[in-house]
Write a protein that binds this ligand. Sequence first.
Ligand code: SF4
Length: 274
Amino acid sequence: MSLPHPVTGARFASPVPPGSGWPDDPGAATTPVAHTPAEVVSLADTGDLAELDARVSVCRACPRLVAWREDVATAKRASFAGEPYWGRPIAGWGDPDPWLVVLGLAPAAHGGNRTGRVFTGDRSGDWLFAALHRAGLAASPTSVHSGDGQRLTGVRIVAAVRCAPPANKPTPAERDTCAPWLAAELALLPSVRVLLCLGGFAWDVALHQLARTGRPVPRPRPRFGHGVVAPVGDLWLLGSYHPSQQNTFTGRLTPAMLDEVFATARERGGRDVR
Ligand code: SF4
């Protein structure tokens, strides 16, 4: 059954077939598909960011996550029953030549997995994009759907694991299977100066990836904490509590705390502090 896209009105099946006209779909019907961890390693070895995004967006290397993301896309949440669901991996999104990368955990089942854009269409994303806008890095304070006109300047947002996991918990094997996509993406972003990790999971994945790619990770490895800054070669690793509902509802993370984090990012990234 096809349903109308909330912004464009074009009709799509759920999950969305690659190259069928979804706004910002990086994939095409001919994009090669990784079915195994070894194929992720092989296909991540492309020297082109747009092609990397395309290959990420059609990946099928984690059977449990593929089944989950597609089941969610078919069943839908009742409040989104009239919408098509993306139901595919979420590629990195934003400025293709950023100085700042924001690294999250994984897409939300009814957020990114529905809208096709990282941190878009859920409460966590509402907090993150509002903060990015206040920091002068996003065109709009909201990011509700692909095709909504949102635009990032100097920033790219990526997820450590690119498919929505059950209970927001990827397994260690799924984390490791997805890691080559992130490693390849970071290698294709030479202007990055600050890697902002939302939560301890993202922090640990970032340190692991940076060590694997030969960066001088300090020993002992720096521990995650909100506002912690650690130098890794010519990069700064910066930690922030994740803007999950658990953290924002309880006041563990406030808008002012996020604003401070982005001010630190601007300072360490050599940008004018606003
Ligand atoms: S989590 Fe990553 S490696 Fe696994 S299927 Fe999704 S995109 Fe592929």
